[in-house]
Design a protein around this ligand. Structure first.
Ligand code: ADP
Length: 423
C-alpha cells in the first residue's frame, strides 16, 4: 500500500528509461519488468515538497513494518497494479521498487499452491469474505519460502469501489519445524507398528516352548515324587515357579497384542465378585509368605462380566502390592458397594508413587523411575491391561498414593441388573 501510494505521489518523477528488472534475468520463463521510482527532491515546488514529505512518512512506516517482518498488500478491484510494501515484496524475492500485478503474484507462487490460492482469492472476492492461507512462494531469487497470508475483500461505500487488503508474513522456519516434526511422527508410527508386530510375534513364538517346558516339568515332578527324590522335586518346584512367571509374562504380552488388534476376548457371565476376591486372595496367600493378605468389607456383590479377566486384574493389583512393598507385612483388600457400583481396593504400605507419575501408571509400558526396589521385574503392562479390562466392563480404575507411604489401587464394576441370567 505504502509503496504503491508513494509511487502514485511521485509519478511525475519517474525516470524515463528505468533499468528493467525481469523474471527472465532471474532465470524465470516470463519477462515481467518492474518500474523504479525516483525519490530525488531537488528543485521541488511547495506542493511537490509536501508530497515528498508524505512519501517519506510512508517510507518510515514501511521500515517499521519491515523490521516486524510484516508484509502488507492493498488491491483495488478489479486487479491492476497491486500495492505491496517492501516486506511483502521481499517474501517473494522481489526488489523494493518492483511493480507487481496479479499475474506476477500467481507466477511467483509454488506451482502446487497456485490453483488453491486462486480459488481462495476468488471465493473471498465473490463472498466479500475473509481470505486466509499458508502457501509457498518461489521467489525470483530462486528461494522457496512459506508464507501465511490473510485478508479480506470489502466494499468501500465512500469511494464506491471494492478492495482486497491483507497481510503476509514469512512462516518458513515454523513450517520447516512442523514438517520435520511430522516426518519424525511418521517415523515413530512406523517404529511403533514394527514394535507391536515384534511384540506379537515374540509372544506367540515364546508361548509354545514354554507350554511344552511346563508340561515336561510337571511330568518330571510326578516321576520324582513317585521315586521319593525330595531334592530333585525341590529344584523342579523352583523351576516350575519361574516357568509360571514366564507364562504370566507371555500371557500379558499376548493380551497387549490382542488389545491392540481389538481381539481381547471376554466370556461374560453373572458372578459374585465377593467370591472372586476371597478365592483369589486365598490362592495367592498360599505362595506369599512375607505378607498377610487381609480381606475386609461385604461378602457378596453380583456383577456381570468375565470372571477370569476380573480375577486377572485383582491378581495384578495384589502382585504389585506385594512386589512394591518389600518391607511391609500386610496388604488389605476391601470390597464394598454403593447404589450402582461395586468397588474393590488393594492397599499396600510400601514404596508408594510420587504424584507426578500417578496419572501415567495406567499407560502402556510406563514404569515409575527411581524406585528403590531394583529387584522388581516387570514390563509396565499389567496396569495398562487391567485398566483396559475394567473399562471394557464399564468400570474405572483409580490410584491413591504417597511416596514412601504406600498405595491404594482400586477398580469399580457396575452392579449387575437382576434380569441377566446367571451362568
Ligand atoms: P510392572 O510389571 O512394571 O509392575 P504395572 O503396569 O503393573 O507394571 O505397573 C506399572 C508401574 O507402576 C510399575 O512399574 C511400578 O513402578 C508402579 N506400581 C504399580 N503398582 C505399584 C504399587 N502398588 N506401589 C508402587 N508402585 C507401583
Amino acid at each position: 500500500m505504502f509503496e504503491a501510494m508513494a509511487q502514485q505521489q511521485v509519478v511525475s518523477l519517474h525516470i524515463e528509461n528505468p533499468p528493467a528488472f525481469s523474471l527472465e534475468s532471474a532465470g524465470k520463463s516470463k519477462n515481467y519488468s518492474f518500474t523504479r521510482s525516483n525519490t530525488h527532491q531537488g528543485n521541488l515546488s511547495g506542493p511537490q515538497k509536501e508530497e515528498v514529505r508524505g512519501t517519506h512518512h510512508h517510507r518510515h512506516l514501511d521500515k517499521i513494518l519491515e523490521s516486524l517482518g510484516l508484509g502488507i498488500w492493498c488491491c483495488d478491484l478489479p486487479f491492476k497494479s497491486l500495492g505491496w510494501n517492501t516486506m511483502c515484496k521481499r517474501h517473494f524475492g522481489l526488489p523494493p521498487d518492483a511493480e507487481v500485478t496479479i499475474d506476477i503474484f500467481y507466477e511467483l507462487l509454488h506451482p502446487d499452491d497456485r490453483a488453491v490460492a486462486q480459488q481462495a482469492i476468488e471465493r473471498s472476492i465473490a463472498e466479500n469474505g475473509l481470505f486466509d492461507m499458508d502457501c509457498r512462494t518461489t521467489g525470483i531469487d530462486g528461494q522457496m519460502r512459506w508464507i501465511h497470508t490473510s485478508g479480506r475483500c470489502y466494499d468501500d461505500d465512500e469511494s464506491r469501489s471494492k478492495h482486497f487488503d491483507g497481510i503476509i508474513f514469512d512462516i518458513t522456519e515454523q513450517k520447516q519445524v512442523e514438517l520435520a516434526l511430522r516426518e519424525q511422527l511418521e517415523r515413530l508410527k512406523v517404529f511403533d507398528t514394527r514394535k507391536d508386530e515384534f511384540f506379537s510375534m515374540a509372544s506367540h513364538e515364546l508361548k509354545s516352548p514354554i507350554t511344552s517346558l511346563k508340561g515336561y516339568t510337571q511330568m518330571l515332578q510326578n516321576r520324582f515324587r513317585k521315586a521319593g527324590d525330595g531334592q530333585a522335586l525341590y529344584y523342579l518346584t523352583i523351576m516350575d515357579g519361574q516357568l509360571n512367571k514366564l507364562i504370566d509374562l507371555v500371557n500379558d504380552m499376548l493380551d497387549i497384542s490382542r488389545i491392540q488388534t481389538g481381539k481381547l476376548n471376554f466370556r461374560d457371565t453373572l458372578f459374585d465378585l465377593g467370591m472372586v476376591v476371597r478365592e483369589t486372595v486365598e490362592h495367592l496367600q498360599a505362595t506369599t509368605p512375607a505378607h498377610q493378605l487381609i480381606v475386609e468389607g461385604i461378602e457378596s456383590a453380583q456383577v456381570y462380566g468375565d470372571k477370569d479377566r476380573i480375577g486377572q486384574v485383582l491378581i495384578n493389583l495384589l502382585n504389585n502390592a506385594i512386589k512394591y512393598s518389600p518391607y511391609a507385612d500386610r496388604v488389605i483388600v476391601r470390597i464394598f458397594t454403593d447404589q450402582e457400583y461395586a468397588t474393590v481396593s488393594v492397599q499396600d504400605f510400601g514404596l508408594g508413587i510420587d504424584e507426578e507419575h500417578l496419572e501415567k501408571v495406567f499407560e502402556r509400558f510406563y514404569q515409575v523411575h527411581g524406585l528403590a526396589n531394583k529387584e522388581s521385574s516387570g514390563l509396565g503392562i499389567g496396569l495398562y491391561i487391567s485398566d483396559q479390562i475394567i473399562k471394557r466392563h464399564g468400570g474405572a480404575m483409580q490410584v491413591e498414593s504417597k511416596l514412601g507411604a504406600g498405595s491404594t489401587f482400586s477398580f469399580t464394576l457396575p452392579l449387575s441388573r437382576k434380569d441377566i441370567p446367571s451362568a
